[in-house]
Ligand binder design. Structure first.
Ligand SMILES: C[S@@+](CC[C@H](N)C(=O)[O-])C[C@H]1O[C@@H](n2cnc3c(N)ncnc32)[C@H](O)[C@@H]1O
Length: 334
């Protein structure tokens, strides 16, 4: 039951996203994302690059047609099968054979997570409900889908706005089910200490899933390849009442040094630290993403996010420094 909810939450959210995107709200984000992906593609020497798109969805923010037209082969990966089908159907028929799709869970663990926490959220027993923090603490993600995602198999790996979602909707589903059960069967458990213990574990799972995803990107790309990674950097400013106010506040905020500061969203903070070891940063850009189009969102809190995108190149493995010799001394920095 819970596992099904974890999946359904994501697919439902995607369906709503696609409706919103059809309204034109995603245009600015999609343009910025597509431009960075094509800049990454242009850096590749390979004549027919193999491109892997993680969290591809319906490829609203991915230039799928251009990636195929370049003579390459593209694999699209997502949990949402209907979204992947839409992405392929929008291609001219002659390009469709250049694409294959895989319906996969990129955390490599949603099924197991559902099974692990089920005894604490599918129960009326107070003892069972009280065990949730410990059950979460015993859970760790594993590398997903070795067969479908071979290591060092891709000239370009794209991870477009999936990072923050990997665990967000599953976490919401677990928490909502636990609170509903506790309210009905063990209200004394609804205290701040218990809430903090659960929140701490869910935050740890988010950090682990984001770090594991960045590690996976480094493992998947070829040594001479390129990675594009994007995620939400800042959420809608709390004080903003209109889209114009929200956009202005985020634009002012982006002038300051990024990605730093207490307001940075957790996935972006973790990713920013995690990319430093396996990758050199080729480019880093920020932009705004209107999640709802202002005209259709009267009376709704302004849903504007600041996004961050990185173009990354794998560092040489330890022992094969990729640092350039000093021009005067010929020494190589370690
Ligand atoms: C905000 S959308 C990104 C937009 C998407 N690139 C597009 O252009 O339509 C996030 C995508 O991540 C996918 N996703 C979320 N969690 C996932 C998981 N655990 N495994 C695989 N895909 C996941 C969703 O299904 C969704 O398509």
């Amino acid at each position: 039951m819970l596992v099904r909810d974890l999946r359904r939450n994501i697919v439902e959210q995607n369906r709503r996203n696609r409706a919103v995107a059809r309204d034109g709200a995603w245009a600015g984000h999609a343009a910025a994302s597509r431009e960075m992906i094509l800049a990454g593609r242009a850096r590749l020497g390979a004549p027919s690059p193999r491109v892997l798109v993680l969290g591809a969805g319906a490829c609203l923010d991915v230039p799928l047609r251009e990636l195929c037209e370049g003579g390459g082969r593209v694999r699209l990966v997502d949990m949402d099968g209907p979204a992947l089908s839409q992405a392929v159907e929008r291609l001219p028929p002659g390009l469709r054979r250049r694409v294959d799709v895989r319906r996969l869970d990129l955390t490599g663990g949603l099924e197991r997570l559902g099974a692990t926490v089920a005894p604490s959220v599918e129960t009326a027993s107070a003892t069972g409900l009280a065990a949730l923090p410990n059950q979460l603490a015993s859970f760790h993600f594993e590398r997903p889908a070795f067969a479908e995602l071979p290591s060092a198999g891709w000239d370009m790996v794209v991870s477009s706005a999936v990072l923050s979602q990997l665990i967000a909707f599953p976490s919401d589903a677990i928490l909502a089910r636990w609170v509903a059960q506790a309210r009905e069967h063990a209200p004394r458990l609804l205290d701040p200490t218990m809430e903090d213990r659960i929140a701490d574990q869910l935050a740890r799972l988010e950090t682990e899933s984001v770090t594991a995803h960045v590690t996976l990107l480094a493992e998947l790309v070829t040594p001479a390849g390129v990675v594009y990674l994007s995620t939400e950097l800042l959420g809608p400013p709390a004080a903003a009442r209109t889209f114009a106010e929200a956009r202005a506040a985020l634009e002012r905020r982006l002038v300051a040094d990024v990605p730093d500061g207490p307001d940075i969203l957790p996935a972006a903070r973790t990713a920013s630290a995690a990319v430093a070891a396996p990758f050199s940063i080729l480019d880093r850009r920020t932009w705004l993403w209107d999640f709802l189009r202002p005209g259709v969102a009267v009376g709704v809190a302004p849903q504007v996010f600041a996004m961050i995108g990185w173009l990354l190149a794998p560092r040489a493995p330890t022992g094969q420094s990729d640092a350039l010799p000093h021009p005067a001394t010929g020494e190589v920095a370690v």
